[in-house]
Design a protein around this ligand. Structure first.
Ligand code: MN
Length: 199
């Protein structure tokens, strides 16, 4: 198996009170693991299809590859984007780039929250580096893989699948997103921006 579940970079209860340990445990150990397993399975099935020369289920396994692959990538980023000592505002080059592309941090935050809360069904809010325009963009994803632009680099992601918040926040998605800002690991986001801009 090529893909493995990354360990959480902190204990299950480290993000309390904004992110309850029960949700973190289920989200990481069961949901994220499900995407890793699904991705490995899709890759194995595609290998089998090539070996057998049987492409009768190719559409299904290509879909599985995209769904679980994107799910694995976004969850890996999601955990690293949060920290027990997170929150506040970005500094340095990230703060400068946000001001340049969105006017101000306050305007960026309002736009990101509005877009993320408005995702239809299950999905994500994302801050991405767009190398086609050399700028940051706020994007949303339905499921994990829909509505993407090819080639952008996700820097900061907020999970708004119900599994991400329902135990503590029930149907109050906006309250989850508001709480999530208190966990954002801005130095991690800044490091990702610097790498993406230098590619
Ligand atoms: Mn999730």
């Amino acid at each position: 198996m090529v893909y493995t579940l990354p360990e959480l970079p902190y204990p299950y209860d480290a993000l309390e009170p904004y992110y309850d340990q029960e949700t973190v445990r289920i989200h990481h150990d069961l949901h994220h693991k499900g995407y890793v397993d699904g991705l490995n399975n899709a890759a194995a099935k595609l290998t089998e299809a090539r070996a057998a020369g049987d492409y009768s289920l190719i559409k299904h396994w290509e879909r599985e590859l995209a769904f679980h692959g994107a799910g694995h990538i976004l969850h890996s980023l999601f955990w690293e984007n949060m920290s027990p000592s997170g929150g506040g505002a970005p500094q340095g080059v990230l703060a400068q780039q946000i001001e340049q592309d969105f006017g101000s941090f306050a305007d960026f935050k309002k736009h990101f929250s509005a877009a993320t809360v408005a995702v239809e069904g299950s999905g994500w809010g994302l801050l991405v580096w767009n190398p086609h325009a050399d700028r940051l963009e706020i994007m949303t994803a339905e499921k994990h893989q829909d509505l993407a632009i090819w080639g952008v680099t996700p820097l900061l992601v907020c999970d708004v699948w119900e599994h991400a918040y329902y135990l503590k926040y029930q149907n109050k998605r906006a309250a989850w997103v508001e709480a999530w800002w208190n966990l954002v690991n801005w130095p991690d986001v800044e490091t990702r921006l610097t790498k993406a801009r230098n590619k």
